[in-house]
Design a protein around this ligand. Structure first.
Ligand code: WQD
Length: 327
C-alpha cells in the first residue's frame, strides 16, 4: 500500500509524513512547494505539482501504485480568504474536486481530508460534538465545509470513502526540532507568541481581554501537531478496515486561554512575552474546544500531549530555527 500525501511539505503534512515513514509505510508526497518546504520531508519521495493537474495525479497514482491519500494541500489563512475568496474557492474547492475525480478514475478509494473546526463557526455550545450545526463564518471555513460535502457525494456515488478530520488549534513542533512550523506563513497564536518573545516582531496583540472567560481572553483547544499526525495514521487504518465515511473532531477536549498560553511560554522559555491588550478580533468566538469522544470511539485516537509539550517544542524549534528552514 502506498500513501499519497498532498501538501505533505507543509506544517501538519510534514509531521504526518514523518509519522508514516517512521511506521515503515510507503509514502509519496505531492506538493507545489508554494508554501511547503522540501527540507521538511527529511528525504521522503516528493513529486512537485498542483493538485488540479489531473494528468499528473493519474500518472503519479499509476507509477507509485497509490492506494490511499491524505489530502492536506490548501490555503489556510482565514484573513486572506476574506480578501481573496476566488483564490480560496479555486484552490481549496475546485482543486480538491479535480484531485478527487482523478483519484477516483485511478481506482483510489480511500482519502483522509484535512478539515477544520471552523466549519462549526461560533459553536452553539462547548464542548463541540460532530453533530453540532455547521455554519462556516469565513471563506476559508466554507471551503472546508464544501469539500467535506463533495467527499460525501463521491462516497455515495463512487465508493470513495473518507475521514474528514476537523482540526482544532494545531500547535507545537517536532520533539527533536528536526522539523517545525514556518512562522512566516501563519498568524496563529503560538508561533506569533514565539516570534514576539524572540524579538522577531512587535509585541503580541491580545485580541480582547473582556470576554466572559476565567481571565477575559479567548479560549481554544490547542492540540499538538504530533497528536494530529497520529490521528491521520489512525484514520487511514480505519478506512483500510473498510469502515464508512465519517467526520471527526481532532482536539484535546481542554480549553486554554490566550493568557494561559503566554504564562506557559514565560515559564518554559524563562523570558517575558511582550504583549499589549487590543480590541477583540472580528469573527472570533469566545470559546471553542472539542468533545473528542467520537474520535476515541471510531479511530481509537486520543491526544497524548499537553500544553507544556506544545509550548516547549514550539520554543525549542523557533529559538533554534530563527529563520525557519534555510532556503
Ligand atoms: C487563537 C486565539 C485569538 C493571534 C484559526 C482558524 C482555524 C485554524 C486555526 C486552520 C484566539 C487569539 C491570536 C494573535 C491573539 N486554522 N490571538 N493574538 O482563530 O482560533 O483559528 O486558526 O485550520 O480554522 O479559524 O486561531 O491562532 O488565530 O487564534 O490574541 O496575534 O488566540 O483571538 O482567541 P483561531 P488563532
Amino acid at each position: 500500500m502506498t500513501t499519497l500525501v498532498t501538501g505533505g511539505a507543509g506544517y501538519i503534512g510534514s509531521h504526518t509524513v514523518r509519522q508514516l515513514v517512521n511506521a515503515g509505510r510507503d509514502v509519496v508526497v505531492f506538493d507545489s512547494l508554494e508554501l511547503g518546504h522540501r527540507e521538511a520531508l527529511l528525504g521522503a519521495e516528493l513529486v512537485v505539482g498542483n493538485i488540479a493537474n489531473q494528468d499528473l495525479i493519474a500518472s503519479v497514482c499509476k507509477k507509485y501504485g497509490i492506494t490511499e491519500v491524505i489530502h492536506f494541500a490548501a490555503y489556510k489563512s482565514v484573513g486572506e480568504s476574506m480578501s481573496n475568496p476566488g483564490r480560496y474557492f479555486s484552490n481549496n474547492v475546485t482543486g480538491s474536486m479535480l484531485l478527487v475525480e482523478a483519484l477516483t478514475h485511478a481506482g483510489v478509494d480511500k482519502i483522509v481530508f484535512s478539515s477544520s473546526a471552523s466549519v462549526y463557526g461560533t459553536p452553539a455550545e462547548v464542548p463541540v460534538r460532530e453533530d453540532a450545526p455547521l455554519h462556516p463564518e469565513s471563506v476559508y471555513a466554507e471551503t472546508k465545509y464544501m469539500t467535506e460535502r463533495m467527499l460525501h457525494w463521491f462516497s455515495e456515488t463512487h465508493g470513495m470513502r473518507s475521514v474528514s478530520l476537523r482540526y482544532f488549534n494545531a500547535a507545537g513542533d517536532s520533539f527533536d526540532s528536526l522539523i517545525g512550523e514556518d512562522w512566516s506563513v501563519t498568524t496563529n497564536l503560538v508561533p506569533v507568541v514565539m516570534k514576539a518573545t524572540l524579538g522577531k516582531r512587535d509585541a503580541l496583540e491580545v485580541f480582547g481581554n473582556d470576554y466572559p472567560t476565567r481571565d477575559g481572553t479567548g479560549i481554544r483547544d490547542y492540540i499538538h501537531v504530533v497528536d494530529l499526525a497520529d490521528a491521520h495514521v489512525k484514520a487511514l487504518d480505519y478506512l483500510a478496515e473498510g469502515k464508512p465515511t465519517i467526520a471527526c473532531n481532532v482536539g484535546t477536549g481542554t480549553g486554554t486561554t490566550v493568557l494561559e498560553v503566554i504564562q506557559a511560554t514565560e515559564r518554559i522559555s524563562g523570558r517575558k512575552v511582550p504583549y499589549v491588550m487590543s480590541p477583540r478580533r472580528a469573527g472570533d468566538p469566545v470559546e471553542v474546544y472539542a468533545d473528542p469522544a467520537f474520535a476515541a470511539q471510531t479511530l481509537g485516537w486520543k491526544a497524548q500531549f499537553s500544553l507544556d509539550d506544545i509550548i516547549s517544542t514550539a520554543w525549542q524549534w523557533h529559538s533554534t530555527h530563527i529563520d525557519g528552514y534555510t532556503k
